[in-house]
Design a protein around this ligand. Sequence first.
Ligand code: PEP
Ligand code: MG
Length: 584
Amino acid sequence: MSLGDEQHGPAPRGESTPAPGGSSRPSNASAGRRVLHGIPASPGRGAGPVVVLPAPVSEPPAGVRLAPGADVERAVARIDEASAQVQAALRAAAELTEGEARDVLAATATMAADPTLLDDARTRVRTELLVPERAVWEAAVRVAAQFEEIGGYLAERASDVADVRDRLVAALTGRPAPGLPVRAEPFVLVADDVPPALAARLDPGQVVALVTQSGGPTAHTAILARAHGIPAVVATRGLLDTLADDDVVLVDGSLGTVRLDPGVDEIAEAVAHGRRTRRFEGEGRTADGHRVRLFANVGDPRDAAAAAAAGAEGIGLFRTEFCFLDRDTPPSLAEQVEAYRSVLRHFPGKRVVVRTLDAGADKPLPFLTDGAEPNPALGVRGLRTAMTHAEVLETQLEAIALAAQAEDADAWVMAPMVATVDEAQDFVEAATRHRLDRAGVMVEVPSAALLSGQILAHATFASVGTNDLTQYAMAADRQLSALAELADPWQPAVLHLVAATCRGGELQGRPVGVCGEAAADPALAVVLVGMGVASLSMTPAALGDVAAMLSRVRLDEAQRLARLALGAASAADARAIVLRELEG
Ligand code: PEP
Ligand code: MG
């Protein structure tokens, strides 16, 4: 995470070398061949011009009025100018895209000229003397509420109104348009952080790499980058002080480096081979034939198609909330059936584990979660939202059952964030009422790991979510780059919790899998198998490397490595001991 002369491999964490010349934002010409360091978050290389993601627009303060004696009609005219500017920008962006994206941009441009919205805003300036940006904001809130009241197709357009509102406010306050910029050429997206709703829509054809200043490797933005095969580096200190639009960089998501001004050959090499990954074919097995099922983690039909193409044996984690991140209202039964079917249909005859909505923390769903909670990661998230919105879980379980009936995949269902035996039992009963007889739980809270024997007396399987299990065991926010060393699944305390979960599984004769990012680390995958983990679910790009590593190790060796890792005093020691043994 340092900025310095080119060096090989990542710099030690926390070390920082000031930019030559001490300038906070050196120009390209003076930059030379320099490297920024962050945390590797999605493998592969990508090169291209930088596009900095504009900061989101915030609500203009209420009650701010025009200065006494100000020209009211001039203020009204500024709304029309902003509308024209936003329409022109959206139409120009539409010209650069095609298909559905083009239609969406054209429809948004039409919305920016909506007479109801603009008349309402003009009236608020004339009668209440509000500043134009506040008038637009209030008018948009009213129009969106009307759309939601009418329901159906118009309710879905409420989020488009919010998009247009933000664009108008940005134009009126002289800021860059919010959201993902549209460019004719592929680019490297640079941001402080990227909200998951936006990360879910990233197109690898457009965004060749992603670099963020904050965030951690198991935050959902990084997970989405991996799912889309976009090389990514997170927690890159000094990023926004160093890079600006149109700087050219080479991003290495495996090393965690961002090189300024790469050579032409390096760019060509990155473009040609940047996302090359080892192929996975067949089935996961250790050297002595012990079977380990290798599944994929997906968030939508596009990911499912990629997972099938990558040879995944099935889906070990379908994050259903990723289908609905941009929704203000709950998806209907029919919409959900359609979404789930379009994932299931890629895996006929194979297992697909559908996780019920895991809303909360860095994945808020406005129709389920309370944005005002003081501690969202410890709040009403995951299965806990069933306490406040029981009907949403019931509808989802029915949708999963209907989708499963209509397709040939072997659909299993599981609940996120289970903390008690009663929660597990209630969930399994609810699933059974909806004809879903393979109902399991995620083990993400230490209490569930410790009580896995009792939980697995009810649930048919457990899947360890090492991202959250690490966050809660180590009391280290997975989104906080400063705590990345604590939020490491190699922490022996986390490994002991996984081992405890496996013992519970053995006691009840029920399988325990891992679907957190730990499953994608080949050396850690060996340790997990040595503890008794039966399946590993990961981003499809990691399948080949994990399969290759497992095929080199016998089960008894994996068990020995697991014992060594469990006996280590720190994450660094556990990793170093296992890597040394694997390489030796
Ligand atoms: C996990 O916590 O490890 C997990 C797989 O769930 P998510 O990353 O979606 O929170
Ligand atoms: Mg989780």
